[in-house]
Design a binder for this molecule. Structure first.
Ligand code: SF4
Length: 262
C-alpha cells in the first residue's frame, strides 16, 4: 500500500513526461521538514494567509447530505443546490422519492446535470436504506464510531469514499477528510501523498498527517487553495505562500515559470 509522502517528499527540480525523448530522471533533494511537520506548517500557513474557513455547515439530516453529495457530482455547488431544492419541492420526503419512478426523479433533478445517472443512484440508495433499516433515515449513524458509520455508507450502492467522508464530516461532525479533485491534486503537488496514490486511498493517508480537529479546516483550505492558486492547468506558484514548502510534484520548472507535466 502506498504511504503518505511515498516519493514526493523530495524536491523535484526537473520532470518531463516519462515517454518523452527528453525525459531526465528527477534530481531530488530531501525537504528539510519531516512530512507530518510540513503538513502542519502547510495547514497553518493556509489559515494564516486566507483565514479560517466558514464554520462546518452541519446539516441536521445526514440523509439530506448524502443525497446532496450525490447530486453534487460533476456539477457546480449552485446547480446541485438547485437540483436538491427542486427534488424536495416535488416530492417533499425521501420516502416519496424512493417510491417515485426513476424518470420522475430525473425530471426533478435535471438542473443538476447527469440526471439519468443520478436519479437511479438516489433511488437505489434510498431503497437500500429502507431494506436494511426498515425506514429511510440515517440518524442512527450518529451513535456509531467513524469506522462503522463509514462502512455502512460505503456499503450503499454507488457510494464511494468521498461521498461517505462528506456525510461523516459535514452532517455528522465525525473526523474525515473528503478527497475531491482539488484536495487530490494539491496534496500530490505538495508531496503529502505519493504521485500515483488514487483519490480513494488518499483520505487515509492525509488523515495520518494532521490532527482530527483540523480535518474540516484542512479540507476546506486545500479546496480553496486549489481553486484560487494551485489550479489544475496552471498553478500560480509565483504567488503561492507554500512555495518554499512545496516540492511541486508533477510539475517541471522552466525559466519562465512552471508547467504541468503532460
Ligand atoms: S501553487 Fe505551486 S507552490 Fe503552491 S502548492 Fe501549488 S504547486 Fe505548490
Amino acid at each position: 500500500m502506498p504511504r503518505a509522502g511515498d516519493g514526493p517528499g523530495e524536491r523535484s527540480l526537473r520532470l518531463a513526461p516519462r515517454n518523452s525523448p527528453f525525459y531526465t530522471p528527477p534530481v531530488t533533494t530531501p525537504h528539510p521538514l519531516p512530512l507530518p511537520e510540513r503538513a502542519l506548517e502547510i495547514y497553518r500557513r493556509l489559515i494564516a494567509c486566507s483565514g479560517k474557513p466558514s464554520p462546518n455547515r452541519q446539516h441536521a439530516d445526514p440523509l439530506a447530505e448524502l443525497v446532496q453529495t450525490i447530486l453534487s457530482q460533476n456539477t457546480s455547488d449552485l446547480n446541485s443546490e438547485r437540483a436538491f431544492a427542486s427534488l424536495m419541492a416535488r416530492f417533499e420526503s425521501f420516502e416519496r422519492v424512493a417510491a417515485a419512478p426513476v424518470e420522475a426523479i430525473a425530471d426533478a433533478i435535471r438542473l443538476g446535470g447527469l440526471a439519468r445517472v443520478k436519479a437511479p443512484r438516489i433511488k437505489q440508495v434510498l431503497e437500500h436504506i429502507q431494506a436494511e433499516r426498515g425506514c429511510i433515515d440515517l440518524e442512527f449513524l450518529r451513535a456509531m464510531d467513524t469506522a462503522a458509520a463509514r462502512d455502512f455508507l460505503t456499503s450503499l450502492p454507488g457510494v464511494g469514499p468521498k461521498t461517505a467522508a462528506c456525510v461523516l464530516l459535514f452532517a455528522l461532525g465525525k473526523p474525515a477528510i473528503p478527497v475531491d479533485t482539488h484536495v487530490h491534486r494539491v496534496s500530490q503537488r505538495l508531496g503529502l501523498i505519493g504521485p500515483r496514490v488514487p483519490a480513494e486511498q488518499a483520505e487515509a493517508l492525509l488523515e495520518q498527517l494532521v490532527p482530527p480537529e483540523t480535518y474540516y479546516a484542512f479540507h476546506m483550505s486545500l479546496i480553496r487553495h486549489g481553486r484560487q492558486l494551485c489550479k489544475a492547468p496552471r498553478p500560480r506558484c509565483d504567488r503561492c505562500p507554500l512555495d518554499d514548502l512545496c516540492p511541486k510534484v508533477g510539475l517541471r520548472t522552466e525559466c519562465s515559470g512552471l508547467r504541468t507535466e503532460r
